[in-house]
Design a protein around this ligand. Structure first.
Ligand code: PLP
Length: 384
């Protein structure tokens, strides 16, 4: 490097830094940098005038941008932002819409963490949550108040895997001028794109199918340009930005989303049939083709929940599993099981669990890409 100091101490710091701006690497490099350098104050001015892209990685970095742009395209949305987790993305989406005094209507079947965020945190700033059972309603009339701003639902719910008629409920919410936010984590844009059905914001725990390998925690929010732009500011101001490496891993996982989903959904459909006919299983929760008719493909997802006929066998069931691991997450290439009552839905009260059917004997199964005969055999020996 010309003009560089000659002393060892100076060279050691500067010698390796040769940005290869024009190298055509086939895969995206990891921009593992906390900050970007500028060639003078003019360039800084250009950045603030909106002409330069990157300043400081919490504000923006090519890897999180690459991920957000990819999900925006796959969801047919206008704009996207990555976040440090699914919860970070949900928080940013909610705060982009809501202010003190607002009221949120949400499906009563939502992820426990989302419920906790709204019920415990947003309530402190005067945002009120009301959960409603969409399976028992046909209209939002009577629930929408003058201060209701947002309607929140999940495409496939966690953990009972209910699929409500999303196009219908989005239309309902629009009649009352509500902003609609959909958590599409369990379905992924491979199965359905809620933005094309009228949702304003679509959120993903990219920790799950988008990453797909249980090695990353990340989130993405996509949707209408003005809402996502505000959400981006919130991600930056609350320090919920996704790191370059996590973004890179997630974007790498995304490349195989389609073939993973094909295989995992096909496996799940066969495993659901097996469980339905098993005497040790009293109920199987797996979406039906009728429920998923608005999906872009005839697939019902790769998550199954089921109840043991004898609830007291629950400890023995988990103990007997050999290679299917108990892991309170989902969507990896490996099949895994979880137990909603003790993990994801801990925040629910006994009453809420009873109302939603999340019982002690309920097992949540995330079906992976293994040979389906092996998955069935492993479950069978643990159920015996
Ligand atoms: C449906 C759903 N949404 C959001 C989240 C939160 O995502 P994260 O753990 O990446 O923050 C989860 C986590 O399990 C989830 O299942």
């Amino acid at each position: 490097m010309s003009g560089m100091g000659e002393k060892f101490e100076t060279k050691a710091v500067h010698i390796s830094h040769q940005p290869l701006r024009h190298a055509r690497s086939k895969s995206t490099p990891i921009y593992q940098t906390s900050v970007f350098s500028f060639q003078g104050l003019e360039e800084v001015e250009q950045y603030y005038a909106g002409e330069g892209e990157y300043l400081y990685s919490r504000n923006g970095n090519p890897n999180p941008t690459e991920l957000a742009d990819a999900i925006t395209a796959l969801e047919f949305a206008e704009e996207g932002v990555s976040a440090a987790s699914g919860m970070g993305a949900i928080m940013a989406g909610l705060l982009a819409v809501l202010k003190t005094g607002d009221h949120v209507l949400a499906s009563h079947e939502i992820y426990g963490g989302t419920y906790a965020l709204m019920h415990k945190e947003l309530s402190r700033v005067g945002i009120e949550l009301e959960c409603i059972n969409l399976n028992e309603l046909t209209t939002l009339e009577g629930y929408v108040r003058p201060n209701t701003r947002l309607f929140f639902l999940e495409t496939i719910t966690n953990p009972l895997l209910t699929v409500v008629d999303m196009p219908y409920w989005i239309k309902q919410a629009k009649q009352f001028n509500l902003t609609v936010m959909v958590d599409n984590t369990f379905a992924t844009p491979y199965l359905v794109q809620p933005f094309t059905l009228g949702a304003d914001l679509v959120v993903h725990s990219a920790t799950k199918y988008i990453g797909g390998h249980s090695d990353v925690t990340s989130g993405v929010l996509v949707g209408k340009k003005e809402l996502v732009s505000r959400a981006r500011e919130i991600v930056v101001n609350y320090g919920a930005s996704l790191s370059p490496f996590e973004a890179w891993l997630t974007a790498r996982g995304l490349k195989t989303l389609a073939i993973r989903m094909e295989r995992q959904c096909d496996n799940a459909s066969q495993v659901a049939d097996f469980l339905r006919n098993h005497p040790a299983v009293s109920q199987v929760y797996y979406p039906s083709e009728a429920h998923t008719r608005f999906f872009a493909r005839n697939k019902q997802g790769a998550m199954i929940s089921f109840s043991l006929a004898d609830e007291s066998q629950i400890y023995s069931f988990y103990r007997k599993l050999n290679w299917i691991s108990f892991a309170p997450s989902l969507a990896g290439v490996e099949t895994s099981v979880s137990h909603p009552v003790t993990t994801s839905h801990r925040a629910f009260t006994e009453e809420q669990r009873k109302a939603t059917g999340i019982t002690m004997g309920l097992v949540r199964l995330s079906v992976g890409i293994e040979a389906v005969v092996d998955i069935v055999a492993e479950l069978d020996q643990a159920l015996k």
